[in-house]
Design a protein around this ligand. Structure first.
Ligand code: NAP
Length: 252
């Protein structure tokens, strides 16, 4: 049995609490947040606190607060030589105060408090500054997901950056598509099977092989027609930029 204390009460902390408390191999000994109201509804389930001086002993302390607050919160921890990790994709493990043993427990998924997540499908990227600390962190991760991966800082930074492309940028393109369909009274919902198929296909085939469309075919006539149809200058710029990117990749 491995024991943890969770610090923070945002999107990630809530999902971690849910996953850890459902595992037979993890005990959540305490949940800390600077504002107790965010976790007060859990007061009958576990020890909650907003007093950092009252943190109890545990195998692993998970700091799941905003990136900017990780270093400062770690400085305030009232103990030394314990194992402290954060959950960020972009913050260095060295940002955690060096009075404690340090690591990273980065769940590579998008989390919102309101949306349910099956944690057994979430990859967790692990990083520790010493070899000795890796096994306890892996044990903790495997208690909630079979998908764990040891990464170094450069790999984690690359994954975090790539995640912005596959998640945030793709979602922004959905938004553009939504504006385009709305402007002509067409139904965005009719695109949903295509959205799903695109995401499904890349599970089995590389993005290079999966690409289709006028840019890949270098179909100049259709590209010209699309650019004429686009009334919004910003959408036009995006179309040109992505068409050029696809053409460069496919040697057009
Ligand atoms: N959301 C995601 O999809 C996702 C995915 C992977 C990794 N992460 C990483 O996980 C971490 C948490 O992200 P999140 O989305 O859960 O954040 P969030 O929902 O915005 O919650 C932020 C938490 O940080 C606390 N906080 C902010 N400033 C603080 C300070 N100065 N001192 C103490 N606590 C402070 C907040 O406390 P209050 O409640 O008191 O305001 C809140 O509990 C970040 O490092 C993020 O990069 C996020």
């Amino acid at each position: 049995m491995i024991s943890v204390v969770i610090l923070g009460a945002g999107n990630v902390a809530h999902h971690l609490y849910k996953a850890f408390s459902s595992s037979e191999n993890v005990t959540v000994k305490q949940w800390y947040n600077r504002h107790i109201d965010a976790i007060s509804s859990y007061k009958h389930d576990l020890n909650i606190t907003d007093d950092i001086s009252q943190l109890v002993e545990a195998d692993v302390y998970i700091i799941a607060v905003s990136d900017d607050a990780i270093a400062k919160l770690s400085e305030k921890l009232p103990f030394e030589n314990r194992f402290v990790v954060h959950t960020s994709g972009s913050v260095s493990a060295y940002d955690i105060d060096k009075k404690n043993r340090r690591g990273v427990f980065y769940p590579l998924q998008t989390f919102s408090k309101a949306a349910d997540i099956d944690f057994s499908k979430v990859p967790v990227c692990l990083e520790t500054l010493t070899r000795k600390d890796y096994m306890p962190l892996k044990t903790l991760a495997t208690a909630i997901t079979p998908i764990t991966k040891r990464v170094n800082s450069d790999q984690r930074a690359a994954l975090h950056l790539a995640a912005v492309f596959v998640n945030n940028f793709t979602n922004q393109l959905y938004r553009v598509a939504h504006e385009i369909t709305e402007s002509k009274g067409a139904e965005f919902d009719l695109l949903k099977p295509l959205i799903l198929e695109t995401a499904t296909k890349v599970q089995e085939h590389s993005p290079f092989v999966s690409q289709t469309g006028p840019a890949k075919r270098n179909d100049k006539k259709t590209i010209k027609k699309h650019l004429k149809l686009l009334e919004n200058e910003h959408h036009k710029e995006l179309y040109k930029l992505l068409t050029a990117s696809i053409q460069k990749t496919h040697g057009r």
